[in-house]
Design a protein around this ligand. Structure first.
Ligand SMILES: Cc1cc2nc3c(=O)[nH]c(=O)nc-3n(C[C@H](O)[C@H](O)[C@H](O)COP(=O)(O)OP(=O)(O)OC[C@H]3O[C@@H](n4cnc5c(N)ncnc54)[C@H](O)[C@@H]3O)c2cc1C
Length: 374
């Protein structure tokens, strides 16, 4: 039996108490399925869970948490997404950005900002990718120039998820001189998205949602105390953050995907068991892998390149599920206005976001299997 708090509470007891609370407190979303409505619902869910304590378990007390094992966060995420009361995309940002803030922000800044995020008072985004720097992130060129006690930022980010709803951004910039090796000249900031000089332009995706944005920076001034870490720490921060984006943040997504598999089983009439079985097997495999990653993390392991395995499995399972939906619901994706269509289209991005499938396989080959240098 897994104990998740110093009081001796077990994982099962925690889950049962949470379930009872969720049964009593109806957080079902309304009929509006637009992205702004999803974001609003996310805020509502986080606030209710925070005020009742649930959203605070598994986070350190210094940032408004109630302590305990990270397994508690995993249980909350699983129960929330398993009930479809929040969308997996916006929810996943928490497991990516909050640990980074705790590790890299000044303690006072983390103590001020993290509770606002956990309580759903604000959303944050991740400004890493640029038009010419995705897989080769270290080539990024958005420039931050020091000016007394502040930094001035110029450049452009792209594919910044939910930037139009975000109050802050974890931003990677270049601060080194042209002679500085590219990995050493990167510095991260925690910036306010309403700073003068920031322009956010949502991009319409093929699945019909303005999920991500172009973000432009024209002489944007950031106080020096908003730096995350020290000058030149940006690459280290990115390498600490990306393992979360490739593993722990997916636990709740897997939970959501299982609800879609259940739904598929209810919706379809003629599918062979083997097709649904293959989708189930792929989901079950990534769930097992993800559970083991979460437990390693809870036991104090530092996550690293091995999380590329989680990412490859997740992307494969997600696409397998929606390929199965396309096959066993003939014509539905093509002809009907159904969530299956937009979800099928969105699933194509699973082999891109958080680092493409090719890059993950490169990492597995080079860093885990020692199959030669890049
Ligand atoms: C839904 C979604 C949400 C996203 N959200 C964010 C966000 O919030 N913040 C953010 O910063 N970014 C975000 N991204 C961007 C994402 O991180 C990048 O798209 C990704 O890293 C790939 O970069 P790229 O698009 O520039 O493709 P490129 O790097 O240009 O790659 C193009 C193709 O070339 C292949 N390739 C490139 N280099 C190699 C190599 N060395 N070996 C083999 N193949 C290679 C790639 O695998 C890919 O198939 C998001 C992307 C998506 C799809």
């Amino acid at each position: 039996m897994t104990t998740v708090a110093e009081s001796g509470t077990t994982a099962d007891e925690f889950r049962n108490d949470l379930r009872a609370w969720l049964d009593e407190n109806d957080l079902s979303p309304g009929p509006d399925h637009s992205l702004p409505a999803h974001i609003e619902q996310m805020s509502r869910v986080r606030r209710a869970l925070y005020d009742a304590g649930w959203m605070r378990y598994g986070w350190p007390e210094e940032v408004g948490g109630l302590g305990g094992s990270v397994i508690m966060r995993m249980i909350v995420a699983e129960e929330v997404l398993g009930r479809n009361i929040a969308e997996p995309g916006p929810y996943s940002m928490m497991e990516v950005l909050v640990p980074t803030m705790i590790s890299y922000a000044r303690p006072e800044l983390a103590a001020e900002m993290v509770p606002r995020y956990l309580r759903g008072e604000e959303h944050w985004c991740q400004g890493f990718s640029e038009p010419g720097s995705g897989s080769d992130l270290a080539s990024l060129s958005t420039k931050a120039t020091r000016r007394a006690d502040e930094w001035v930022i110029n450049g452009q980010k792209v594919w910044t998820s939910f930037a139009q709803f975000s109050k802050r951004c974890v931003l990677l910039t270049r601060t080194g001189s042209p002679e500085t090796p590219k990995h050493e000249g990167i510095t991260a900031f925690f910036i306010d998205m309403d700073s003068p000089g920031i322009t956010v332009r949502p991009l319409h995706t093929m699945h019909g949602v303005d999920e991500f944005c172009e973000v432009y920076f024209d002489d944007v001034v950031v106080p020096a105390d908003r730096m995350l870490g020290t000058p030149g720490d940006g690459w280290r921060l990115a390498n600490d953050l990306l393992p979360f984006e490739r593993s722990t943040c997916f636990w709740q997504r897997i939970s959501y995907l299982f609800t879609r598999l259940d739904r598929l089983i209810t919706d379809e009439t003629d599918a062979g068991d083997s097709e649904l079985g293959a989708a189930y097997l792929a989901l079950h495999t990534v769930r097992c892998r993800s559970a083991s990653t979460q437990h390693r993390f809870a036991d104090g392991a530092k996550l690293g390149p091995e999380t590329s395995i989680d990412k490859v499995l997740l992307a494969g399972a997600e696409q397998r599920l929606y390929d199965t939906a396309r096959d066993v619901l003939p014509g539905v994706l093509e002809l009907d206005e159904t969530p299956w269509r937009s979800e099928f289209l969105y699933s194509r991005s699973a082999t891109i976001y958080g680092g493409t499938a090719e890059i993950q396989r490169n990492i597995i080959a080079r860093r885990l299997l020692d199959l030669g240098k890049e």
